[in-house]
Design a protein around this ligand. Structure first.
Ligand code: GDP
Length: 188
């Protein structure tokens, strides 16, 4: 498996042909989504980690096999974006979730912040699209093990999705995430 960047879409007409399987990543800006993609795909700078949250409103597609893709959805929840940017994000995402190749959704949630409304919106959209979803509770290295375990239990009870504590620093949860993704893609 040698992931390759396919392209970015600013609107649905730029999405690649809707065939095969793809797993999408979503998450609030700065939740560690890009770091998670890079770690899971074992590539240093495939997805761009950002210092300026909320700037990119692009859907980025990476190929991980002939008809298998990883999709980096635009981050959300950045307070200072305009109403028109929010509207654009919602339309883009609503169109995205109609893709028949969508086979699963990963949502990155900073373990210290917990899931917010837009994270739940994403999980709902996955549910409505009848695809499995999992939550990575990121930056788990920034919390004590006991406190992190409490967050994991709560999230599992509240979110209706698989949940795993995740840390790029400690390489925690990476194998679980890979297993889910490969299974959803039909490559497991
Ligand atoms: P994105 O905006 O959701 O794509 O988030 P990034 O992947 O760019 O990460 C945001 C910030 O969190 C960066 O400074 C990362 O270095 C940091 N970060 C991401 N994952 C981890 C992690 O597992 N542990 C720690 N301590 N920091 C992380």
């Amino acid at each position: 498996m040698n992931p390759e960047f396919i392209g970015s879409a600013h609107n649905p007409s730029q999405f690649p042909t809707d065939q095969g399987q793809e797993v999408a990543f979503s998450g609030r800006s700065n939740s560690g989504k890009s770091s998670a993609i890079n770690t899971i795909l074992a590539r240093k700078r495939l997805a761009r980690t950002s210092k300026i949250p909320g700037r990119t409103q692009l859907v980025n597609f990476f190929s991980v096999g002939e008809s298998h893709r990883i999709v980096d959805l635009p981050g959300y929840g950045y307070a200072r974006v305009s109403a028109s940017v929010q509207e654009h994000w919602r339309n883009l995402l609503e169109a995205y979730f109609k893709r028949t190749s969508l086979a699963g959704l990963i949502v990155t949630v900073d373990v210290r912040r917990g899931a917010k409304e837009l994270d739940r919106v994403m999980l709902n959209w996955a549910n409505e699209a009848r695809v499995p979803a999992a939550v990575l509770l990121t930056k788990a290295d920034k919390m004590s093990r006991v406190a992190a375990n409490v967050q994991e239990t709560e999230a599992t009870q509240n979110l209706g999705a698989s949940v795993v504590l995740f840390s790029t620093r400690k390489h925690q949860g990476v194998e679980e995430a890979r297993d889910w993704i490969w299974k959803w893609l039909g490559l497991g």
